[in-house]
Design a protein around this ligand. Structure first.
Ligand code: TRP
Length: 316
């Protein structure tokens, strides 16, 4: 009899355990892979904001979100390897920071939801259907670049600037549209320009030196490759007393004179919020791409002093 009772107890205990383990997945958290294209001030800022917001949301949800961060160091082969690893690990969602990372993730999975961050031209460069209805498994945030505003600010600070050197990398998809717009705006305003196109970071120094000889201002579009070498550009330009006008606030923190652009911490937070909505069941295909359009003018006071220009009207 005792044996029977014990047996019944063991069976009951097993059923309880089995029951528990069946409900366990509901209690389990989510697993996200973050693929960052390369390291530079702005992409690092975005990643930090994404991670902080995800942890904040996890606390609100009462569920853990485990995050694996991988940096492709600007190498297309690494992008593919990391994206494939995330797919192999069966991540619940992938967050891809910057255009090349997003394109690489989109190339390896149509199943796992992808939320991209800071992709300047998602319709052209990621072939989504539209900003309103991206379709497929991919949506995210985009940074609008106010090219005309940047050129106007440049003319307010240095009205004598007539020839602009445009410095960009040929393989950066986010740059090409902005370069095109910059040329149009400069032409409309009766200015001239010279282009210096590099193929990688190591060419930035020489290209900058050339532009300094030919021009009286430098314009840098939203270019990841040039962003990684921004301090080189800024130091050379400072020595030559040439103003550098850039497409992102991070480049001003790294020594450029001025910029008008979006807030990338807000953009990172928004990216994380979209990711959490999808993890909770929202459909990425119909989730509108969020274009960050609140533009701030930022100036670097140290650079202004070093090259002898007045930026007081932009200081709060
Ligand atoms: N928008 C860029 C892209 O689409 C990424 C980016 C975000 C960036 N912040 C930047 C590039 C600052 C240069 C500087 O790839």
């Amino acid at each position: 009899m005792k044996t029977m009772k014990f047996f019944a107890f063991v069976v009951a205990a097993c059923m309880l355990l089995a029951g528990c383990s069946q409900s366990a997945p509901q209690e389990e958290g989510f697993s996200i892979g973050i693929l960052q294209y390369m390291e530079h001030t702005s992409l690092d800022e975005i990643r930090t904001a994404v991670e902080e917001e995800l942890q904040q949301k996890a606390t609100e949800l009462g569920k853990p979100i485990s995050v694996e961060v991988k940096n492709a160091q600007g190498d297309p082969t690494n992008i593919g390897t990391i994206a494939n690893q995330f797919v192999g690990d069966n991540k619940d969602l992938i967050i891809a920071i910057a255009t090349p990372a997003a394109a690489g993730a989109a190339a390896v999975t149509e199943e796992i939801p992808i939320v991209f961050s800071a992709v300047t031209n998602p319709v052209e460069d990621l072939q989504i259907d539209s900003l309103e209805q991206p379709g497929g498994n991919i949506t995210g945030t985009s940074d609008a670049i106010p090219v005309e505003k940047i050129i106007n600010v440049s003319q307010e600070i240095t009205p004598q600037a007539n020839c602009y050197g445009i410095l960009y990398c040929t393989s950066e998809p986010s740059s090409s549209g902005v370069v095109q717009q910059a040329k149009e705006v400069l032409e409309q305003q009766g200015k001239t320009f010279v282009e210096a196109a590099v193929t990688n970071t190591s060419e930035v120094q020489q290209a900058t030196e050339k532009l300094i000889e030919q021009c009286d201002a430098i314009f840098v579009p939203i270019d990841n490759t040039v962003a990684t070498a921004m301090s080189v550009v800024a130091d050379l330009a400072k020595d030559a007393k040439i103003p550098v006008y850039a497409a992102a606030d991070s480049m001003v923190r790294d020594g450029a004179l001025a910029s008008a652009g979006v807030n990338y911490t807000n953009l990172g937070k928004k990216t994380a919020q979209m990711a959490v909505e999808i993890l909770q069941g929202a459909n990425s295909a119909s989730m509108e791409v969020q274009v960050m359009e609140d533009v701030n003018v930022v100036v670097n006071e140290d650079t202004a002093k070093a090259i002898g220009v007045d930026v007081s009207q932009y200081l709060q």
